[in-house]
Write a protein that binds this ligand. Structure first.
Ligand SMILES: *[C@@H]1O[C@H](CO)[C@@H](O)[C@H](O)[C@H]1NC(C)=O
Ligand SMILES: *[C@@H]1O[C@H](CO)[C@@H](O)[C@H](O)[C@H]1NC(C)=O
Ligand SMILES: *[C@@H]1O[C@H](CO)[C@@H](O)[C@H](O)[C@H]1NC(C)=O
Ligand SMILES: *[C@@H]1O[C@H](CO)[C@@H](O)[C@H](O)[C@H]1NC(C)=O
Ligand SMILES: *[C@@H]1O[C@H](CO)[C@@H](O)[C@H](O)[C@H]1NC(C)=O
Ligand SMILES: *[C@@H]1O[C@H](CO)[C@@H](O)[C@H](O)[C@H]1NC(C)=O
Ligand SMILES: *[C@@H]1O[C@H](CO)[C@@H](O)[C@H](O)[C@H]1NC(C)=O
Ligand SMILES: *[C@@H]1O[C@H](CO)[C@@H](O)[C@H](O)[C@H]1NC(C)=O
Ligand SMILES: *[C@@H]1O[C@H](CO)[C@@H](O)[C@H](O)[C@H]1NC(C)=O
Ligand SMILES: *[C@@H]1O[C@H](CO)[C@@H](O)[C@H](O)[C@H]1NC(C)=O
Length: 408
């Protein structure tokens, strides 16, 4: 377009420059460059395809990479206090890495034609609102956006990523990508109201969300490692299509969370932790969950935590609620049915008369014999030591369960 007509002139200028500096244009276009002035960049303007790395260096105030359409290598600008503007008007792709890092004066960055880059690192750039990626970078493998003042990631439109790490971007309030799959995802931006939307995402390896107000990943069907929500301001966690989580599911310290819904989740391969979500009353949003490969750890102030289909927990179980209405019945049933394969089971309820602790190593003859006793009425406070727990069991079945637990 506009730029195309400029290229021959630039190419000519560059080859003239190359001739005058007595190196052939193929050398110029295939050896890495460290640019300390604009003329170092002008020297490669004849290289539509540049093979090597282009490193911008101290001394540059503005940098314009004219003429270069393709870099088979990396483009790097790191720790240049003077650099306020960077532009690559015709650059369409970078085979390796584009790094903009520690650029405290950078206010303008223009990459209007860029559509492909293997790794994109935007790190510690605190004066810039947005980067012009007008053509849309759709081919990208790894994206890191850390400690920036960016208010938008418009123009970054990945469909598949092996790494997505977005953290400490105080002004970034929306992250919306047409992402279909991701391996490692870690989002912990500190903006108070971050909306995340990956409506097309179906598969993910490992996802950690911190500090988000809304997250739409409603089309995810499988997670082959861990899913964590920590310290978010989400009011709901709703994953209507996830059937299996092969790793751990952790939902911790989400102060506004009121509703968890995993209507088709059948198995969790790792641990299952729901803790310290101060407004979460109901942990029963797992109607078909039948197995947990690791430990269960539920701590909080919840009235209800009934998982009707749960029949196997391979690790231990801790269920501990401060709420008046909570009782341990359903967990006691699981334990009595030998559904807990780990070496411990504790369920603590505040005002109900139930509190149980068992370990295969610690269960003493004394507690076993208690198990044959009648219903207990121990009303335990939250901080009661494990040794003080008594085993609630109204039937011989309970005692049998203890016996079996000890020898698993
Ligand atoms: C940035 O460069 C300055 C000198 O130019 C140096 O003192 C400083 O350590 C560098 N910072 C980093 C993080 O590399
Ligand atoms: C990189 O961009 C150049 C110039 O537009 C194009 O000819 C080339 O096919 C592109 N290469 C890749 C791998 O996208
Ligand atoms: C799930 O994907 C379908 C098809 O791509 C789309 O129509 C729908 O809006 C997505 N759901 C959500 C909640 O975004
Ligand atoms: C999860 O999926 C990713 C990408 O498909 C794969 O590389 C990885 O090996 C898988 N991990 C597990 C534990 O299945
Ligand atoms: C998941 O990702 C986090 C951070 O991205 C990492 O610390 C953790 O080790 C990963 N876990 C697994 C099981 O891959
Ligand atoms: C939650 O955030 C607070 C304040 O930023 C921090 O002190 C705390 O450690 C975080 N909790 C977790 C579980 O990460
Ligand atoms: C929780 O979310 C599910 C699914 O969105 C919904 O059906 C249910 O009514 C919600 N429950 C509450 C108490 O908001
Ligand atoms: C939950 O909060 C309690 C008390 O603040 C703390 O001791 C515990 O470590 C927290 N649990 C998690 C999983 O963050
Ligand atoms: C808790 O959630 C479950 C499943 O969504 C629902 O059936 C039950 O009525 C809820 N309990 C309360 C006390 O809201
Ligand atoms: C325990 O709580 C459940 C649901 O909240 C309730 O249906 C049940 O009757 C309670 N059991 C006891 C023994 O209080």
């Amino acid at each position: 377009m506009h730029f195309k007509s400029v290229i021959p002139t630039l190419a000519l200028a560059a080859s003239t420059y190359a001739a005058s500096s007595s190196s052939s244009s193929s050398d110029v276009c295939s050896s890495s460059v460290t640019a300390t002035s604009q003329s170092d960049l002008d020297a490669i303007a004849g290289c539509a395809v540049f093979k090597g790395d282009i490193i911008l260096s101290t001394g540059l105030a503005t940098a314009t990479l004219n003429g270069v359409e393709s870099i088979q290598g990396s483009l790097t600008a790191t720790n240049i206090t003077t650099l306020s503007s960077i532009a690559a008007p015709v650059l369409a792709n970078i085979s390796d890495t584009l790094t903009l890092e520690i650029l405290e004066a950078l206010t303008v960055a223009n990459f209007p034609e860029l559509t492909a880059v293997e790794n994109l690192n935007l790190v510690t750039i605190n004066k810039i609102d947005s980067i012009n990626f007008a053509a849309g970078i759709s081919e990208i493998d790894s994206l890191v956006v850390s400690d920036t003042s960016l208010t938008t990631l418009a123009g970054i439109v990945p469909t598949s990523l092996s790494l997505l790490n977005i953290n400490n971007n105080l002004y970034l309030t929306t992250i919306q990508f047409p992402l279909k799959s991701v391996d490692e995802l870690d989002i912990s931006s500190t903006a108070n109201s971050l909306d995340i939307s990956f409506p097309d995402l179906t598969t993910a390896h490992n996802m950690t969300f911190r500090d988000a107000k809304t997250i739409n990943i409603a089309n995810v069907t499988s997670i082959n490692s861990t899913l964590s929500y920590v310290n978010t301001t989400l009011s709901a966690v709703d994953l209507p299509k996830v059937q299996n989580i092969e790793g751990t599911l952790a939902i911790v310290s989400n102060s506004q969370l009121k509703n968890i819904s995993f209507p088709v989740l059948q198995s969790i391969g790792g641990g299952f932790q729901i803790a310290n979500n101060t407004n979460l009353d109901n942990l029963s949003g797992f109607p078909v969950l039948s197995s947990v490969g690791g430990a269960v750890d539920f701590v909080g102030d919840f009235d209800q935590a009934i998982l009707p289909k749960l029949n196997t927990v391979r690790g231990g179980v801790v269920v501990d609620s401060d709420a008046e209405d909570f009782n341990c019945s359903s967990w006691n049933s699981l334990e009595q049915n030998n559904g807990i394969r780990g070496d411990s089971y504790q369920c603590k309820a505040k005002s109900s008369s139930t509190s149980i602790a068992l370990t295969s190593t610690k269960t003493s003859a004394a507690s076993s014999s208690q198990a044959t006793g009648a219903t207990t009425t121990a009303s335990t406070s939250k901080n009661v030591a494990a040794a003080q727990y008594v085993l609630e069991s109204t039937s011989i079945l309970g005692a049998l369960a203890v016996f079996v637990l000890q020898f698993v």
